[in-house]
Design a protein around this ligand. Structure first.
Ligand SMILES: [Zn+2]
Length: 118
């Protein structure tokens, strides 16, 4: 089944959907994923976990890196890494493609300390 992620509130809606179930924001056309029943129940499980007050939360992003060998590929990837670093993102892993020709993906994280209302 297909689910759509909301960039506004971080929620997800079961497809077909054009608006977020949670906040009614318009969902971008490219912000979806095909998931299995099991993956969906994992998302539901995570949603129900509670965040104890005062703990930082982690935000993750996955960005495609250039696998072209040679100067071009390297300078592109260096640029991407530096720009992510400037925005507070730390590279924590690289996911390989299926073979050496496929793109690799950098996994980045940064922490937030959420604001709690008094
Ligand atoms: Zn939303």
């Amino acid at each position: 089944m297909r689910i759509y992620f909301c960039p506004e509130c971080g929620g997800y809606s079961l497809g077909p959907a054009s608006q977020c179930d949670e906040c009614q924001a318009v969902l971008p056309d490219d912000s979806w994923a095909d998931v299995t029943e099991e993956e969906l129940s994992q998302l539901e499980y995570i949603e129900e976990l509670e965040l104890p007050p005062g703990l930082p939360t982690w935000e993750y992003d996955v960005v495609k890196l250039n696998t072209e060998s040679g100067v071009n590929g390297i300078s592109y990837s260096t640029e991407v890494l530096n720009r992510m670093g400037e925005k507070g993102w730390e590279l924590i892993n690289i996911l390989p493609g299926d073979d050496s020709e496929d793109p690799r993906y950098g996994v980045f994280k940064r922490s937030w300390v959420p604001d709690y209302e008094e």
